[in-house]
Design a protein around this ligand. Structure first.
Ligand SMILES: NC(=O)C1=CN([C@@H]2O[C@H](COP(=O)(O)OP(=O)(O)OC[C@H]3O[C@@H](n4cnc5c(N)ncnc54)[C@H](OP(=O)(O)O)[C@@H]3O)[C@@H](O)[C@H]2O)C=CC1
Ligand SMILES: Nc1nc(=O)c2c([nH]1)NC[C@@H]1CN(c3ccc(C(=O)N[C@@H](CCC(=O)O)C(=O)O)cc3)C=[N+]21
Length: 298
């Protein structure tokens, strides 16, 4: 093991402290940012995630509104809730937890959110703004990864980056952000030929695949910086126990070759929540015509 460990948990605490500091300044003007999180159904992993978001939102001095809806909630009822939140002045940020149940059209719901309150950055307007280099709400997970990379390298200009995964919520926006920081970007996916060789070219590897420990040390160039987005729960060793949480990168073999690597847990996950709070603060500042805090957006 020779790689430096990139401590996302510690970095996320710093981001949250910066957010809290700025939120305290807004309080002097009588402004309190509010984040609404909507959860449809009872997925246990999502429930844990929603709970920790709520807790950290309150700790940062913001208002947290949680809406837990039954898995059988109709699309129309969900759209009505989104409309209500769009028109609620106490709500500056709206997050609808994905995935949604099959009977609900995800794109329709996401695109019903007011883009100015779209703290996930998934609305087509924000996707287009990011792709054209305009001021957008930037998706939290890629933003968190970018912050870690900028902190590690200083400048990313000219680095070769391979993003493994092309989802709308991680892979594609990650590639946009790296491109914006002047990396030479390759996006790999399930149809990529000789994917190991493609990944081995990269100075920066971002893995967002959803396949436990897929990227192994022999896929990496010596000294590559590896950002592991994956959150996978392995089957528990015994009945009733909790399975181990692992990333999309095989940490043991990768850390022998990489220059630096993020762990799972304690890497990208905490950064995602910190960036969600940062985005809520940014949205609040924009809504009130106030200056945005520095270093908390892309
Ligand atoms: N830490 C955090 O905050 C977050 C973590 N995650 C985690 O990140 C991971 C990815 O999430 P998400 O982007 O939503 O996942 P998706 O399932 O939406 O996308 C996965 C991507 O990986 C590609 N892929 C799948 N199998 C392979 C393979 N064998 N070789 C190469 N590429 C492959 C798919 O390719 P194709 O398009 O060709 O099918 C797809 O583009 C998951 O583990 C998820 O839990 C997600 C969000 C936030
Ligand atoms: N609209 C929407 N936006 C999202 O951003 C979104 C989503 N839906 N659906 C689900 C995924 C997943 N996701 C995570 C965020 C933080 C951790 C996190 O904090 N993980 C901890 C460990 C948590 C644990 O122990 O279970 C860590 O990695 O250290 C994990 C996963 C956001 N997502």
């Amino acid at each position: 093991m020779s790689a430096e460990i990139i401590d996302g948990k510690a970095f996320a605490a710093e981001v949250r402290a910066k957010v809290a500091e700025h939120v305290a300044k807004l309080a002097e003007r009588g402004i309190k940012p509010g984040l609404a999180v909507v959860l449809v159904g009872e997925d246990p992993a999502s429930q844990v995630y929603v709970r920790s978001k709520g807790k950290q939102t309150v700790e940062a001095g913001m208002e947290s509104f949680e809406h837990k809806l039954d898995a059988s909630t109709s699309e129309a009822d969900l759209l009505a809730l989104v409309d209500k939140l769009n028109n609620d002045p106490a709500v500056n940020g709206i997050l609808v937890q994905l995935p949604l149940p099959d009977h609900i059209d995800e794109d329709k719901v996401i695109n019903a959110i007011d883009p100015a309150k779209d703290v996930d950055g998934f609305h087509i307007s924000n996707v287009g703004l990011l792709a054209t280099g305009q001021k957008a709400m930037v998706p939290c997970t890629p933003l968190g990864c970018l912050m870690l990379l900028r902190d590690y390298f200083g400048s990313l200009s000219g680095k070769s980056a391979v993003v493994v995964g092309r989802s709308n919520i991680v892979g594609k926006p990650m590639a946009q952000l790296l491109l914006r920081d002047s990396c030479t970007v390759t996006i790999a996916h399930s149809r990529t030929k000789d994917i190991e060789d493609v990944v081995r070219q990269a100075d920066i590897v971002v893995a967002a695949v959803g396949r436990p420990e897929m990227v192994t040390g022999d896929w990496l160039k010596k000294g590559a910086v590896v950002i592991d987005v994956g959150i996978n729960r392995l089957p528990p060793a015994e009945e009733g126990a909790k399975g181990k949480l692992v990333g999309d990168v095989d940490f043991a073999s990768a850390s022998d070759v990489a220059g630096a690597i993020t762990p799972v847990p304690g890497g990208v996950g905490p950064m995602t929540i910190a960036c969600l709070l940062a985005n809520t603060l940014t949205a609040t500042c924009r809504a009130n015509g106030l200056e945005e805090p520095e270093g908390l957006t892309a």
